[in-house]
Design a protein around this ligand. Structure first.
Ligand SMILES: Nc1nc2c(ncn2[C@@H]2O[C@H](COP(=O)(O)OP(=O)(O)O)[C@@H](O)[C@H]2O)c(=O)[nH]1
Ligand SMILES: Nc1nc2c(ncn2[C@@H]2O[C@H](COP(=O)(O)OP(=O)(O)O)[C@@H](O)[C@H]2O)c(=O)[nH]1
Lengths: 281, 281
């Protein structure tokens, strides 16, 4: 089993933390682009320089329910961090295409049984928790990728928002997404599934965009439980508490319930579209 | 008495809320640029359009300790909200200059006793609570304005950060600011002041950049007190609680202790520099 997950959003939205929380281990370390550009400034009194978008990949073998999973996380540090972010989507779209091309080329060889599938199965896009609506960069980026990857929008650091603000913000985002005709990943609901599965699926679908928090730290709640969470002077927010955020639902979508569906939709729809376009040109 | 306060930062950092909280009334209403651009989109399926920076002013007469204060709040909706934010500082610097020019022109008239001082006495710059360090847009903007206004950097929505993250973030910001030779407002400490005043002043100076939260809503804490704050499932954060954030210190700086000093430094240093530069050109 393998899962190729792309994670995109401006610096400081808790992307590394969330990935590490999803897989409960330090998949991503906190020494990416941000610190590199600081060292560079030590040598010269630079103007605030524009940062370009890099593509990095981190591979981990993890075990979920006794099953080994080869997890590839692709990051894009620098996205959204410049003063001028025109075309910041391009290196990311190029990377998605490059992986499609790699598969296309592998498919055309004689021995196809051992193709290493490097195509992006899902792209988590992190939205800043402003509480207003999508920003122009969010809209532009999502429009550039939604026909190439399973797009899963995430409200980052959702502990910034009260329950009511989350409701309003999700509604504004959903309105923006539908107005801009952006497609986000929807698992299929089959009529012949049992009621519980249908309800579970509907709950996951309805939660999008997922308002999540991430934390790999263990903290003690006021009633003495040890949980993954963030401790503030006014209280402890718990990652795995469904009253506090949508983390559990996102994890179910990515790792438990819909891992296969993400890969099927990538293969049967997104890749096929890419292939058709490419071969008919 | 009057106070001209400029408030700058990308959309969604709680600027309107903070201003309303500082003066405990609805100085700024929540119907600025963000909603306008949405209505525009209703007419046409637009590309995510770039937003330009507008300058708005809101005037209120408020009473503080029995003293009437004419409060002018200048906002810059659209700043930092485009895909390309090159030169987004220009309309703001132009506005600061325009007000200097207006004063220069009024000063040169015969009847100078009733000059209406519209110069910006302080600029609150809102920093996104990423937890990392300043972004390139932050650095560029602050360098463009620090010699023209009393610059007061604010960590927006600081309830996003744990106490330890605030300490680290403040340290990174202070390092960036000193490395980039950015000047921020520092009240003068006079040796002949009494000890309590000196200590109070030092506390306020040490708190910069101010990690604040804003709220005009009244909520009930778990121990039954009614406070201004934000209520989450995991706890209530209190605006006026100095254990929770630097709001009280910021309010003291702006309204109580250093209102006169902000105006003096504007008149005696910032305006004089502008005037000298302009007249010697
Ligand atoms: N409030 C809040 N802070 C978070 C959350 N997740 C991570 N952080 C903090 O945000 C900062 C940046 O996190 P990081 O994962 O490095 O962000 P990245 O730059 O997007 O990869 C760190 O101080 C984290 O502890 C969250 O869910 N809520
Ligand atoms: N977490 C948090 N949210 C805040 C704070 N202040 C305001 N907000 C919320 O952030 C959203 C945007 O606030 P607003 O004042 O309109 O931001 P502006 O666009 O910068 O003027 C609203 O949902 C506010 O309730 C704060 O201190 N902390």
């Amino acid at each position: 089993f393998n899962l190729n997950l792309m994670v995109v959003g401006e610096s400081g939205l808790g992307k590394k933390t969330l990935v590490n929380t999803l897989f409960n281990r330090e998949v991503l370390k906190s020494t990416e682009a941000v610190l590199e550009s600081f060292d560079k400034e030590d040598d010269e009194e630079t103007e605030a320089e524009d940062v370009t978008v890099k593509i990095n990949e981190y591979t981990n073998i993890i075990e979920e329910d006794g099953v080994k999973l080869k997890l590839n996380i692709v990051t894009a540090p620098g996205f959204g961090d410049s003063i001028d972010n025109t075309d910041s989507w391009k290196p990311i779209v190029n990377e998605v295409n490059r992986r499609f091309d790699q598969y296309l080329e592998a498919e055309s060889r004689i021995n196809r049984s051992t193709i290493d599938d490097q195509r992006i199965h899902a792209l988590l896009y992190f939205i800043e928790p402003t509480g207003h609506s999508l920003r122009s960069l969010d809209i532009e980026f999502m429009k550039q990728v939604h026909n190439k990857v399973n797009l899963i929008p995430i409200i980052a650091k959702s502990d910034t928002l009260t329950d009511k603000e989350i409701v309003d913000f999700k509604r504004n985002i959903i309105n923006d997404i539908s107005f801009q005709k952006i497609k986000t990943f929807k698992p299929e609901i089959f009529d012949n599934d049992d009621e519980e599965t249908i309800l579970n699926c509907q709950n996951i679908v309805d939660a999008s965009p997922f308002a999540v928090i991430g934390s790999t730290k263990e903290v003690e709640t006021h009633d003495g439980r040890i949980v993954r969470g963030r401790k503030y002077p006014w209280g402890v927010i718990e990652v795995d508490n469904e009253e506090h955020n949508d983390f559990v639902k996102l994890r179910q979508l990515l790792i438990r319930n819909y891992l296969e569906e993400l890969k099927e939709q990538t293969n049967d729809i997104l890749y096929e579209n890419y292939r058709n376009e490419k071969l008919t040109r």
